[in-house]
Design a protein around this ligand. Structure first.
Ligand code: ZN
Length: 331
């Protein structure tokens, strides 16, 4: 099951987090660090421009200057260069800038999305944030499509490729589909490096062109690719890839190294997630869900201890990663 926050231990007046690997960055800790809009804006200012909060390189003066913050009635506050008077807006260029939703709600949404194991729905986000469903939905899509989309992934070594189908929501007046065939089924192609990252794309229909497209974009030449025996993968050898096939129709699922269990594992995560959290997904938003699930998968071990860095609880590392992405200007 998914839950939003971890249990706090310690006394009631002074709760502390249990330091186990399963401990989480709690809501209380989040609120402590980001109590209001102002704290979020200051965080942006410091992380983007001014580590000490007072000095920054002025884009106009081209040297380090002292910056002051003047309280104004403006919705998006700025810091001002004390030498030339230039206003610097910490939100400029980021996903926050043109949004009428408060920074604090954005930060809270980033927290919620990363503090659950299997995601939350826009409906839940609407309830948690107290915004309209439309706003929650928009925030979600910006987060999924601007922050979680990872276009630059390159796979190598041992890669498994496969296609799967996600049934759309059945309209109320539609009969149940007969004999397992559904013309509206939607194909998703995926490739995963064993012990590595995954790429998943909504393709409409799985064919040779899509296989070629995906390998050109995401799989290094000479990589060993494992697939099932579908004809769409036959071109891989001609394109310079190693290729081993598993004959699923003959009831064989593992033959030495030849199997596609990693990508099938990802499909089952994706499908149970969509069933459990979102119930069904419309075609229009399918790629954004794939982005979110691939992002979760690709950062599943992000909490691993790194030398010289304090051990971060589950969720916190992902939250800080996503927050860091949100603080960068979008292209
Ligand atoms: Zn200046």
């Amino acid at each position: 099951m998914c839950e939003n926050t971890g249990m706090a231990t310690g006394t009631r007046k002074n709760p502390t987090r249990a330091m186990s690997s399963e401990s989480r960055y709690s809501l209380m800790e989040f609120m402590d660090e980001f109590p209001d809009d102002d704290a979020c804006l200051t965080y942006l200012w410091r992380s983007r421009f001014s580590p000490d909060g007072e000095h920054a390189t002025c884009p106009r003066c081209q040297i380090e200057r002292t910056f002051r913050r003047y309280q104004t009635a403006q919705q998006r506050q700025s810091w001002t260069c004390s030498a030339c008077g230039l206003h610097v807006h910490p939100t400029a260029g980021t996903i926050f800038h043109k949004s009428s939703t408060s920074l604090h709600l954005w930060f809270y949404a980033l927290y919620l999305i990363t503090s659950t194991r299997c995601g939350i729905s826009a409906k839940q986000l609407e309830r948690e944030l107290g915004v309209t469903y439309k706003t929650a939905w928009r925030m979600f899509n910006v987060i999924r499509n601007s922050l979680m989309a990872e276009d630059g992934i390159t796979l190598s070594g041992e890669v498994e490729m496969d296609e799967t189908y996600l049934a759309p929501r059945r309209r109320r007046d539609e009969p149940k589909w007969q004999s397992g065939y559904n013309p509206r089924e939607r194909a998703v192609m995926g490739a995963v490096e064993r012990q590595g990252q995954v790429v998943a794309r909504y393709v409409g229909s799985a064919n040779r062109l899509e296989v070629e497209h995906m390998t050109n974009l995401h799989v290094l030449p000479e990589t060993m690719v494992y697939t099932d025996t579908a004809a769409i993968y036959r071109l891989l050898t001609r394109r310079g890839y190693g290729h081993a096939r598993v004959n699923h129709s003959a009831g064989i699922y593992v033959s030495g190294d030849a199997h596609t269990q990693s990508i099938e594992g990802f499909w089952s995560l994706l499908k149970s997630g969509i069933r459990g959290t979102y119930h069904s997904v419309s075609t229009k938003w399918l790629q954004s869900y794939l982005n979110e699930y691939a992002w979760r998968y690709n950062h599943r071990e992000f909490t691993r201890r790194q030398p010289g860095v304090r051990r971060m609880p589950v969720g916190e590392a992902k939250f800080r990663l996503l927050l860091g992405l949100a603080c960068r200007p979008t292209a």
